[in-house]
Design a protein around this ligand. Sequence first.
Ligand SMILES: [Zn+2]
Length: 99
Amino acid sequence: MDDFSGIAAWTLLLCHRREGTGLMELRSKITCPACGRQETETMPTDACQFFYDCKGCGTVLRPHPGDCCVFCSFGDVPCPPVQEVRLPGAAAGPCCATS
Ligand SMILES: [Zn+2]
């Protein structure tokens, strides 16, 4: 039945949440402002990455003022701590760069 696949997907979602991974997207595509090269990187879940060396031109990227990490400034997905704050009902914790 068609209903079965929907139930299975929901169960999978619950399992993921129970494991603590939530709905986090841990891969972010960084775009270098200097040369335009795009690279998909896996983000650390327990730290913010402040510097990123572009694999194309070697430029060291730093976060924009107000952003906590290079993924928030140059990636298409913000870093895990920021995603956590944006999730409804999640325990809101300040991003690690602000303290
Ligand atoms: Zn570059």
